[in-house]
Design a protein around this ligand. Structure first.
Ligand code: UDP
Ligand code: MG
Length: 319
């Protein structure tokens, strides 16, 4: 039997929280009865600096069910990813066997938890919840989400398609995650870098049970930008490539200009002007790209990411 922690970030979720807690507790109860999790398993509700009654509710739930519900309050609104990370690290501190992160709005089907735990028991350290259909989404959300995944892969960010932040992570994976010291968190990208055996389970994503999405378009765009700039230096590489291209074109333009000059088809001054505009433009882009490469290196160094995580070590000391 394993001790499982459910980690739920909550931002202004007073409308949905009572129902969420009810369902999570029912789930914990049924898992305990079937001997799948220990009595010590519980849910951590992380209040991400909510402005409504979310924290009062969490306090109340904790008082009523101290064995089931833990509360963690952040000092201010730090965003979904940071709230999630805070909860996961708390679960790690408590030495749980695995933690499952899910949204407060009941969009992630709690019944997938059973299958996640089974997959975990079979030796997977990370189990990604992948949504099977997007029927419940609006056309807008569906197309922006698709565009998001396409753009991310173009920009060199590896992601699990249609996986949000509904996933199980073993203690070992959580410890791996803690080694990533970066401040700009994009969890679903970083989790892939942890490695270890992993698998996916599919689930149907429901509509938000109550309340409104905390991810308006503005936040979604910021989220995508965060994903690219915190995981990939491909945009910098693109500048270098562009610089090389323009520089090559400038050489062709130079030859063309010289031919025009020698065949006498030019007005005075044209050759030097056109040739220099192209070659200087190309050289500048190339130079920016090269500087960018170094900045990219500095950026990756400052993240202080682990160079490796050990999965197994076969070793025997001499007797
Ligand atoms: N959330 C959070 N901090 C924020 C924004 C959102 O902790 O600044 C939580 C929110 O309470 C929910 C989860 O992140 O549990 C996902 O948010 P939401 O359901 O609004 O996003 P959507 O499903 O619309 O993408
Ligand atoms: Mg939601």
């Amino acid at each position: 039997m394993k001790t499982i922690y459910l980690v739920v970030p909550c931002y202004n979720e007073e409308e949905v929280l009572p129902e969420t807690v009810k369902r999570l507790m029912a789930k914990l109860q049924s898992l305990r009865e079937r001997g799948m999790i220990t009595a010590d398993s519980r849910a951590i509700l992380v209040d991400d600096g909510s402005k409504d009654k979310t924290w009062q509710l969490i306090t109340q739930f904790h008082a009523e069910h101290p064995q089931d519900i833990d509360g963690l309050k952040l000092s201010r609104n730090e965003g979904h990813q940071n709230a999630l990370f805070a909860g996961l690290m708390q679960a790690k501190e408590k030495r749980c066997d695995a933690a499952i992160s899910l949204d407060a709005d009941l969009q992630d089907d709690v019944d997938a938890i059973d299958r996640m735990i089974e997959a975990f028991e079979q030796g997977n350290d990370i189990v990604y919840g992948v949504r099977s259909a997007r029927e419940t989404d609006t056309f807008f959300k569906r197309s922006t989400a698709r565009g998001f995944y396409r753009m991310m892969s173009m920009m060199g960010v590896e992601l699990v398609y249609d996986h949000a932040d509904y996933r199980l992570m073993s203690l070992r994976a959580l410890e791996g995650l803690a080694e990533f010291r970066e401040v700009n968190l994009f969890l679903r990208g970083i989790v892939l870098m942890i490695g270890y055996p992993s698998t996916t389970v599919t689930y149907e994503r429901a509509k938000r049970f109550a309340g409104e999405s905390k991810y308006p378009l503005k936040k979604m765009l910021a989220f995508a930008t965060q994903g690219i700039t915190s995981l990939s230096i491909k945009p910098i590489r693109m500048i270098t490539t562009l610089g090389m291209l323009v520089f090559c074109v400038s050489l062709i333009v130079l030859i063309y200009c010289l031919v025009r000059y020698f065949t006498g088809h030019t007005v005075p001054g044209w050759t030097t002007t056109v040739a220099s505009v192209w070659s200087i433009g190309g050289l500048q882009l190339l130079a920016i790209g090269i500087i960018g490469e170094y900045i990219g290196k500095i950026y990756l160094e400052t993240k202080g990411r682990p160079k490796y995580l050990v999965q197994e070590w076969l070793h025997e000391d001499q007797l």
